[in-house]
Write a protein that binds this ligand. Structure first.
Ligand SMILES: NC(=O)c1ccc[n+]([C@@H]2O[C@H](COP(=O)([O-])OP(=O)(O)OC[C@H]3O[C@@H](n4cnc5c(N)ncnc54)[C@H](O)[C@@H]3O)[C@@H](O)[C@H]2O)c1
Length: 325
């Protein structure tokens, strides 16, 4: 159904967006990427897509990128929790105002579907797992607040919009051609690989005394290609006349920090680590109920933690210095 569809992908030079662009091009879509390259990488953009280097807050760039668009996939954002606490106004500007700019242009262009990269961080810290979409959204940091506000902007728009609330995105293209290259890197699996390969001294485990089975925090890791599959299903549903909705995207299985260290240890080699203090605001457990996505989108993630680590390692092994290497 996406063959020949004109899709605008913002943030298509970033980690998750670049995987989406590759898959959408494989499906025969006509893809335009709008990315400022603020954290993204030009070589990550599939050669079949047209890259416009520009900002989602720049009406001229957005107007150019939106010409003829059937649908928008909006990955572009600032996405570092700690940075958002220090610089909340930037998060409002890029993540909320940027989404508003896109929505206005999308309405003017008559797009038929819009997918927002949202996050589990919109639920806050006190929510019991497994988390369903009906849980109240009480974000506990400016990043989560900005994504909840972006959802609200789109909920009021004239076109159907789907909010995909990712849990912990991880993994890479299995052939090692695309992967995660963030500076600073804050995600657990690349940090473990860097520690296992000597690129950093050790991994600090933030709290080993939580009320969890092994005392470390539990999260829900979902393969980046499983995330992309959900985008395809959400787009197809809306382009066929279906509604927008909010969906949690997680595996539904919680993995502790210790279990991730062990998985990387088996695939890559021992991960030197030290137990550190808890981080304020870190919930001990965040696991998705992905039941709604399964029921309404027909989505079921197929890549387990072993596959995630294997694919992340394929990327790091072939690109130890990221896209610059
Ligand atoms: N990585 C995760 O685990 C995770 C979890 C939940 C939600 N998300 C969301 O998924 C999306 C993608 O995350 P990612 O990990 O791929 O991040 P990323 O930083 O790798 O990609 C973001 C992309 O957006 C671009 N960008 C940033 N500001 C821009 C602007 N003003 N105008 C145009 N382009 C801009 C960057 O250059 C980059 O290419 C984000 O919206 C993020 O909030 C990610």
């Amino acid at each position: 159904m996406l063959r020949g569809a004109r899709l605008l992908v913002t943030g298509g030079a970033g980690y998750i967006g670049s995987h989406a662009v590759r898959v959408l091009c494989d499906l025969g879509a006509d893809v335009v990427v709008l990315d400022s390259l603020y954290t993204g990488h030009r070589p990550a953009v599939d050669g079949r897509a047209r890259l416009i280097v520009g900002d989602v807050r720049d009406p001229a760039a957005v107007t150019e990128a939106m010409v003829g668009a059937d649908a928008v996939l909006h990955f572009a954002a600032l996405a570092l929790v700690g940075e958002s606490v220090r610089e909340p106004e930037r998060y409002v500007d890029v993540n909320v105002h940027g989404t508003r700019c896109l929505a206005q242009e999308a309405e003017a262009a008559g797009v038929k579907a819009f997918v927002l990269s949202s996050t589990a961080a919109t639920y806050g810290e006190d929510v019991p797992s497994p988390i369903t979409e009906d849980q109240p959204q009480r974000p506990c940091n400016p990043y989560g607040e900005s994504k909840a506000a972006a959802e609200a902007v789109l909920a009021a728009a004239a076109f159907p919009a789907t909010f995909l609330r990712y849990f912990n995105a991880a993994g890479a293209m299995p052939d090692g051609s695309l992967g995660e290259d963030h500076t600073p890197e804050t995600h657990l699996i690349p940090l473990c690989i860097q520690a296992a390969t000597g690129q950093r001294d050790q991994l600090t485990v933030f709290g080993a005394d939580w009320d969890t089975p092994d005392g470390t925090c539990v999260r829900d890791y979902v393969h980046v290609l499983d995330l992309v599959d959900a985008h395809v299903l959400a787009l197809e549903r809306m382009l066929a006349g279906g509604d927008g909705a909010a969906f949690n995207l997680g595996s539904g299985v919680g993995r502790s920090v210790r279990q991730v260290l062990d998985a990387v240890g088996s695939e890559v080699g021992p991960v030197p680590s030290v137990d550190g203090a808890r981080r304020p605001g870190d919930p001990p457990m965040l696991v998705a109920s992905a039941e709604r996505a399964r029921r309404e989108l027909g989505w079921s993630p197929t890549r387990d933690l072993a596959a995630i680590v294997r694919d992340a390692w394929a990327w790091h092994r072939s690109h130890p210095a990221g896209y610059a290497g």
